[in-house]
Design a protein. Structure first.
Length: 241
C-alpha cells in the first residue's frame, strides 16, 4: 500500500484556500479543525489558530456551508477534528447528517473515550461518516487491540504523551507500538503529533501506513503563505512516494 499523508488545517477564515492548496498537492486527507475554546489535545500553534478563528466568528455551521460549496471540486478526503461539546451543541444527529451532506469522510473526537465512540457507532448504525479512533501510547495492549479491531477509516496513533506540535520527541516504543496495532487492524495505521520534517516522515513510515502533519502546516500557512506551504507539503509527499 502506498504511504499516505494526512494534513491538518484550522477552520478559519481562509481554510478553503488552504484546503484547495493541499488538494492541489495531492494529499490523501485533510483534517479540518472546528475551533473550540478549550482544546485539550492541541498545542500552542493550533490553539492560537482556533482562538483566531473564534475571534473571526467562524462557527461549525460556517465550516459546513463552506465545505458544501467545494465538495464536488476537492478530491482529498475531508476529516473533521472536533471536541464533543461542539457536536453536542449542534445536535448529534444533525451534526452527522450535515457533515455527510458536506462530503465529510470521517470524524475525529479527541476527547471522546473509545467506549463512547462505540456507543455513538451503535446509535447511528446507518451513517456513512467514519468515526476514527485514536490510540495513545499510554494504552495497554488489551485496549490497543480492542480499539484496533473496531476501527473505521484509519487509526490515528499518537506518537508521544504530549499535545500537538511538539518537535519530533517520539515515544521510544512508538514503532513497536505501531507494529502491534498493524497485526490486528483492518484499516491503515497512521501516526501523528510532532511530525514536521521529511526525516520524521521517512522514519515513521518505516512502520506506519502514513503520517499526520498538523501544527507545522498551520504555522507555515500563517507565516509563509500558500505557495511556500505547498512546496513544503510537496517535500513530504516526495518522501512518501
Amino acid at each position: 500500500m502506498t504511504k499516505q499523508l494526512v494534513t491538518y488545517i484550522m477552520g478559519g477564515m481562509r481554510f478553503i484556500d488552504e484546503l484547495r492548496a493541499l488538494d492541489d498537492v495531492g494529499v490523501d486527507y485533510v483534517e479540518v479543525g472546528i475551533p473550540f475554546s478549550d482544546p485539550v489535545a492541541d498545542g500552542p500553534t493550533i490553539m492560537q489558530a482556533g482562538q483566531e478563528a473564534i475571534q473571526d466568528q467562524m462557527t461549525t455551521q460556517k465550516i459546513f456551508d463552506a465545505l458544501k460549496s467545494v465538495k464536488d471540486d476537492v478530491k482529498t478526503r475531508i476529516v473533521l477534528m472536533t471536541y464533543y461539546h461542539s457536536i453536542e451543541t449542534y445536535g448529534e444527529a444533525a451534526f452527522i447528517q450535515t457533515a455527510e451532506e458536506a462530503g465529510v469522510y470521517g470524524l475525529i473526537i479527541p476527547d471522546m473515550p473509545h467506549e463512547y465512540i462505540v456507543q455513538l457507532k451503535e446509535k447511528y448504525p446507518k451513517r456513512q461518516i467514519k468515526l476514527i479512533s485514536l490510540i495513545a501510547m499510554t494504552a495497554n495492549q488489551e485496549r490497543r487491540e480492542t480499539i484496533a479491531r473496531q476501527a473505521e477509516g484509519f487509526i490515528y496513533t499518537v506518537t508521544m504523551n504530549e499535545v500537538t506540535g511538539q518537535n519530533g520527541t517520539f515515544h521510544p516504543e512508538l514503532k513497536a507500538h505501531i507494529q502491534d496495532i498493524k497485526k490486528i487492524a483492518k484499516v491503515p495505521v497512521f501516526a501523528g503529533f510532532g511530525i514536521r520534517t521529511p526525516a520524521h516522515v521517512q522514519s515513521i513510515t518505516e512502520v506506519a501506513d502514513g503520517v499526520v502533519v498538523g501544527s507545522e502546516i498551520v504555522k507555515r500557512f500563517k507565516q509563509e503563505g500558500i505557495a511556500q506551504t505547498k512546496a513544503y507539503v510537496q517535500s513530504l509527499c516526495d518522501v512518501l512516494n
